[in-house]
Write a protein that binds this ligand. Structure first.
Ligand code: SAM
Length: 432
């Protein structure tokens, strides 16, 4: 659970959401996180004993959901470790201990996990198989790469033969997402994971876990300013100069088996899916955290989607040959969300609430930088009014809060860096 800079990430307000729900008398049951993004909200509620359905139209969120939510045990990598080139791989105890210490510190500092979680699930021992596999990838040789293995190097670094872009304004340059070594390591590691998956040396969940480890590291290591809509053009920043080193994810293991289901649908289509219809959602909480301005997540996080989908792409070179724009995205996998258009937002949200018949509806929103306040100096309340109006007009609600509740948080997305001002996160609530 990293990705702190993900646009709209709700990690800092998860306690506030829980308290809010408790005030409404909800302390267990099913929560449907229909715009799950990082899956941080879903993970938090999994840790608090809820059943969880997460959904997001973007592929990388699906991978995170599989690894953090649906998966509820430590992976053994039994087949891979016993039946492949692994049997002769010598593990460095020193690295193993270093990695364990790293993950222990992360878990103890993270508000998602309760005190003593690390010891309770015997993390130290149970994490070893994953640590071994990651160590193998971390020490992989980068000599004599095939064209597929060199894909990230060729398309996404300034040294690559396929990385030239021409911007809409006519500027010509080369994509600069990774250092030479990191791009090679990324390409080679993904190729190996794909090979292991195709030859059934790893299970589906093991594949998703490895991809989640890679996605988390790439968000920290790529030469970007938070999103992949662009990269730092002039140079590699220190985070990108640093060696890419795959680390284990912090598993969310909850000792009682509850229901954890992950979807990758347009939120407005979810209610039509058979698998979804088979779930009793009548008492559930529908948690809605939609995009709130023009920024299309599919374009902003295309690199993570590509990595998430990597093993399912038959012809990777053909896929990469279609990388478009400065950012280098294959537009066949682009998704334009209705929620990112001011004139479509209200209709889309109304339909979603109307079609998905959860008992409780909880909407996250905030006043700044949304469709109504974008570009204005002062925060505008028009967005609030629009949402309250939806709750007023959707049929079947017996109750809705006339005003949103507020949770204060620091604005981590402020571009200026230095001053992180306090802003209000809003929560809207209605009940059927
Ligand atoms: C504000 S973010 C949610 C952040 C999330 N709560 C978190 O804590 O990381 C909105 C999410 O909606 C997703 N999205 C946008 N349009 C969508 C749609 N029509 N259906 C499903 N997901 C969509 C985006 O991929 C993005 O992850």
């Amino acid at each position: 659970m990293y990705m702190d800079k993900y646009i709209g990430n709700k990690k800092v307000i998860v306690d506030g959401i829980k308290e809010f729900l408790e005030e409404k008398g909800i302390s267990d049951g099913l929560i449907i996180d229909v715009f799950a993004g990082t899956t941080n909200v879903s993970q938090y509620f999994k840790q608090r004993g809820f059943d969880v359905i997460s959904n997001d139209v973007n592929e990388f969120s699906y991978v995170l959901g599989k690894a953090y939510l649906e998966n509820n045990e430590f992976p053994s990598f039994e087949k891979l470790i016993n039946e492949s080139e692994f049997s002769s791989f010598v593990v460095s105890e020193e690295d193993l201990n270093k990695d364990k210490l790293y993950i222990q510190r992360k878990i103890e500092a993270d508000k998602i996990f309760e005190e003593g979680y690390y010891q309770k699930i015997n993390f130290d021992q149970n994490i070893e198989p994953l640590l071994k596999v990651l160590q193998y990838l971390n020490r992989i040789s980068l000599e004599n790469l095939s064209e597929e293995e060199a894909l990230f190097f060729d398309y996404y670094t300034v040294w690559g033969s396929q990385s030239t872009y021409k911007s809409a304004r006519g500027t010509i340059g080369k994509r600069n997402y990774f250092s030479e070594e990191n791009a090679k390591k990324l390409g080679k590691s993904l190729c190996l994971i794909k090979k292991w998956a195709n030859s059934n040396l790893i299970t589906d969940l093991e594949k998703y876990i490895l991809l989640a480890c890679i996605i988390e590291e790439v968000t920290l290591n790529a030469n970007v300013n938070g999103t992949f809509h662009d990269f730092n053009r002039s140079k590699l920043y220190p985070n990108a100069e640093a060696k890419l080193y795959f680390k284990p994810i912090m598993f969310n293991i909850f000792d009682e088996e509850k229901k954890y289901i992950v979807f990758r649908e347009d939120a407005n289509e979810l209610y039509k899916k058979n698998e979804f219809q088979n779930i009793d959602i009548s008492e559930s909480v529908l948690y809605i955290d939609p995009p709130y301005n023009f920024r299309q997540y599919s374009a902003y996080y295309h690199m993570l989607n590509f990595i998430a989908k990597y093993c399912d792409i038959d012809d990777l070179l053909k896929y990469a040959a279609e990388f478009k724009f400065v950012r280098g995205q294959n537009m066949d996998d682009n998704f334009n969300s209705r929620y990112c258009y001011k004139d479509k937002f209200v209709r889309a949200l109304t339909e979603l609430i109307d079609d998905t018949k959860s008992r409780h509806v909880l909407i996250s929103y905030y006043d700044e930088n949304n469709h109504w306040s974008h570009g204005k100096k002062e925060a505008s309340f028009e967005g609030r009014d629009a949402i309250i109006n939806i709750l007023k007009n959707v049929e079947g609600f017996s109750y809705y809060d006339k005003d949103p509740s507020t949770i204060k948080r620091k604005n981590y997305q402020s571009q200026s860096g230095g001053h992180k001002k306090m802003i209000d996160e809003l929560l809207f609530y209605a009940r059927r």
